[in-house]
Every structure is written in structure tokens, then in C-alpha cells.
Design a protein around this ligand. Structure first.
Ligand code: XIL
Length: 445
């Protein structure tokens, strides 16, 4: 009896085990394929492609011009395909198509994959609609005093209503030696802004990376150093009172990694509250001027974000800050929209102005391209669109400006900074608009 009981338990267990095994197999067959980004984009087609699903006999591919697949392209309503790719041609330039895939084994059909958007390359030039004509916020561009003429100036005046000096309003340029200021370039930029009715954002009074040698090697006492910095900030802000309506007072004070205060010469000589002192002197010199704190990796690093908000909170207690600048030197693949949104949310919740102050979007962050491919140009365009969409949705009262850090790709500081090719901006070298520019326009819709 006992043996029979034991045997029947054994058989039951084996049966259960075999059932669960086949259930597992079925689950695998019903596994959902992941669709990859469209490959080989041309001006009339692309290749849809996706991951293999274990034991699948074939795949069903849907293609539509509607994101909700309410209609299908003829022949692409559950088109049966045995390979892991299918070439789709005869499409219309400039139109966006969507595809999704299911896996089939026998009678089992999986759920739908993710949906991929494939934008067919338009053959003609990109639209040249001026950004400032469509945007409901200030759109900014950087300038150099030596390039305020010709096609560069034409584009600035047509597209932008806010300018920032790329490097001539930094301490090493404005205050090259003790007691001697050089305002030639700044005066030129101020005149250009005034003549053309452009808003001029001041960038940047204190930045560890643009500190003249005589300051880093300062020979006086700490008290003399502090007096010198006070004199510098007071002189510059007073000189341009009413003309430069906002300043990045301190730039990049947070150290990467530790997210503590960077041990710049200013911190060494003036102590941890050097930031507060600098903002106070700027405030005293021009009470109407909007004071910003500006930094990078504001979106991509949550720890750094918290450190930046802490600086803002400490200044805000004494009414010494009006806004935050998120530099936005980003890439086509990161940071995620949610991280960019976190920067905005923290800024808006503190009732500060938001400046996306130095936008450029690397297309080649991994240095694996020698030319900007059509696929990557579209991915870059989509990131421009995403950033602009996020900025556009900020409450009006908190929008300061969205400034792009450079006009033509070859002029971007990133090329020498990273030491390899990239195309991070919105204009080609012949001044024609790139897809990135179209992405900016689309983000405004
Ligand atoms: C860069 C300029 O683009 C370069 O021309 C200059 O040589 C160095 O600075 N963060 C900033 C900007 O706040 O001022 C930097 O601009 C880019 C990084």
C-alpha cells in the first residue's frame, strides 16, 4: 500500500512538473519581441527590425501612419514575416511611420512589441521658420564680439531674442591683470544687443575655469583677495547696470563625484560662504539685475541636482537668487526626459526662473561616426524636440530663456573639448538649418 501511495505521489509530481515545463515553454513562445529603431532610413523607406523570440515560427508586422494604429498601410496589417527584418519602401518623405511586431508560434500570438517611430527623410531643405517667431519664450544664442556681422548676425537677428557671450564676459578676459580691466569686447556685445533690441545675459562672473593666473596665484592676504573680488563684481555689474539684465554670478561651484563645493581659489580664500558674498555684491551693485546660479550635469546626476538646489535654497533665504541655469550639454541618448523634468520641477517649485543656458546635443558621444548619419540626425532632432517641449511646458512666470550654445556644428566648443568629431548644433557649415532645427520647431507645437 505504502509503495503504491509513494508511486502515485511520484507520478503526480512528475505530471505536475511536466505540465509546468510545457507552460513555461508556452510562455517563452508567447514572449513579446522588442522592436529596434528603424534601420537604413532613406527618403522612401526603412528597415524594420526586432529581437528573436525563442521558438517563434514567424512574426506579424504592423505599419501605420498613426501612432495608435487606427489605420494600417496596405499590406502591413499583421504582415507575416519569418526573418527578423523587413524592408518597407514606397513611403513618403517627411512623414512619420510607426511599426510594431508580434511573435507567433502555432496558434499562439504574443502581445505587441513597443512601437517604433520612423521618420522618412525629407529630400528638400529643412523649414526655415524663425524660432523666435514661433516660441512663446526667449530663445538664446551665444555670440563672439568678432562675429557680429555677416550670415552669423543675420541668423542671430532672425531667429533669436536673447544672447550670451561665449567667453568674453569671463574674469580672465574682463580682468586680465590686477587693477586693469578690458571691456572692449563686452562693450561691443552690449552695443550690439542694445542696437538690435536683444536681451543680453551675463555669463559668468566667477568660474574656476576662467580665472586669470594672477588671481589663482594671488599674492595678497585673504582679506585683500576678498576686497579684490568684491571690487571686480561691483565694477562689472555697475558698469552694465540696466544693460545686462541678468548675470550668472557663480558658475559650476559643485564638484563632480562628491557633489560638495569645488575647492576653487575663491572657496580657499573666502571660505564656504564665498557664494553668498558674491551674490550679495552683485545684488548691491544692481538690485534689478536677475541673478542666476549655473551648472552642468544638473539633469543627469540626481546628487548634483540636490547640491545645486541646496545652493539655491541657501541664497533664496536672503533673496540673493532669481534663477537657475541648467547648462544642458547633453547627448541624443541621455539624460532621460524625466531627469530633465526633475530640474524644471525643482526650479519651479522654488519659484525661480529657469534658464536652459547652454544647450547642445552630441550626436557622436561614443565617437563611432565620421559623418552625421541620417538616422543619428533624426535621433538628435528628436532630443532637441524633447528638450524644447519640456521647456515650453514650464509655467510662463518661470521661463527665462532657452539658449543654444553655438550656431554651426564646426564652431562648437565640444569638438576640442572631447577631441573628436561631432555635430551638436542646429546649423550646417553653410548656415543651412539641420533637422535639429526642425526638432526645435516641432517641440514648440
Ligand atoms: C566654453 C566656451 O564655449 C569656449 O569657447 C571656452 O573656451 C570655454 O568655455 N560651461 C560653461 C561655458 O559654462 O562657459 C563653457 O563655454 C562651456 C561649459
Amino acid at each position: 500500500m505504502k509503495i503504491r501511495q509513494a508511486l502515485s505521489i511520484l507520478f503526480i509530481s512528475l505530471f505536475v512538473l511536466s505540465c509546468s515545463k510545457s507552460d513555461e515553454a508556452e510562455e517563452v513562445v508567447a514572449g513579446v519581441p522588442s522592436a529596434y529603431a528603424a534601420a537604413k532610413l532613406t527618403n522612401d523607406g526603412f528597415t524594420a527590425n526586432w529581437t528573436r523570440v525563442y521558438h517563434a515560427d514567424k512574426y506579424l508586422v504592423d505599419v501605420s501612419t498613426k501612432a495608435d494604429f487606427s489605420t494600417f498601410l496596405p499590406n502591413y496589417n499583421a504582415l507575416s514575416v519569418t526573418a527578423l527584418t523587413v524592408d518597407i519602401s514606397g513611403l513618403t518623405a517627411g512623414v512619420s511611420y510607426y511599426y510594431r511586431v508580434r511573435a507567433v508560434r502555432g496558434a499562439l500570438i504574443s502581445a505587441f512589441s513597443n512601437v517604433i517611430t520612423a521618420e522618412i527623410l525629407s529630400t528638400g531643405p529643412e523649414p526655415t521658420t524663425a524660432l523666435k517667431d514661433v516660441a512663446n519664450f526667449n530663445v538664446g544664442m551665444i555670440v563672439r564680439s568678432s562675429k557680429l556681422t555677416g550670415q552669423t548676425s543675420d541668423i542671430i537677428l532672425r531667429e533669436f531674442d536673447n544672447i550670451t557671450s561665449e567667453y568674453e564676459m569671463k574674469m580672465d578676459k574682463m580682468y586680465p591683470s590686477n587693477g586693469t580691466y578690458d571691456f572692449v569686447a563686452v562693450d561691443k556685445i552690449v552695443k550690439y544687443a542694445t542696437d538690435n533690441n536683444l536681451n543680453l545675459h551675463g555669463h559668468a562672473l566667477i568660474w574656476h575655469n576662467a580665472t586669470p593666473d594672477w588671481v589663482t596665484k594671488f599674492s595678497g592676504t585673504n582679506a585683500e583677495f576678498e576686497t579684490m573680488v568684491k571690487g571686480y563684481i561691483t565694477t562689472v555689474v555697475t558698469r552694465y547696470k540696466g544693460k545686462i539684465k541678468s548675470w550668472d554670478v557663480v558658475n559650476e561651484a559643485v564638484e563632480d563625484g562628491s557633489n560638495t563645493l569645488r575647492n576653487s581659489i575663491f572657496r580657499q580664500k573666502m571660505g564656504d560662504d564665498y557664494i553668498k558674498k558674491c551674490y550679495q555684491w552683485a545684488r548691491d551693485a544692481d538690485p534689478a539685475c536677475k541673478l542666476f546660479y549655473n551648472d552642468y550635469n544638473f539633469a543627469s546626476n540626481a546628487g548634483k541636482r540636490a547640491a545645486i538646489f541646496k545652493i539655491a535654497d541657501d541664497l533664496k533665504v536672503n533673496n540673493l537668487i532669481d534663477g537657475l541655469g541648467a547648462q544642458m550639454h547633453i547627448s541624443y541618448k541621455s539624460p532621460a526626459a524625466s531627469d530633465i523634468q526633475a530640474v524644471v520641477n525643482g526650479t519651479v517649485s522654488r519659484n525661480l526662473l529657469m534658464h536652459f543656458s547652454e544647450l547642445d546635443i552630441q550626436a557622436n558621444p561614443d565617437n563611432n561616426m565620421t559623418t552625421l548619419t541620417p538616422e543619428r540626425a533624426i535621433e538628435q532632432k528628436n532630443k532637441y524636440k524633447e528638450v524644447v517641449k519640456i521647456f515650453n511646458a514650464i509655467p510662463k512666470a518661470n521661463q527665462y530663456a532657452l539658449t543654444v550654445w553655438g550656431l554651426r556644428d564646426s564652431e562648437s566648443w565640444l569638438i576640442s573639448f572631447w577631441g573628436h568629431a561631432d555635430w551638436p548644433l542646429m546649423y550646417n557649415d553653410d548656415y543651412s538649418a539641420k533637422k535639429a532645427h526642425t526638432g526645435f520647431l516641432e517641440g514648440l507645437k
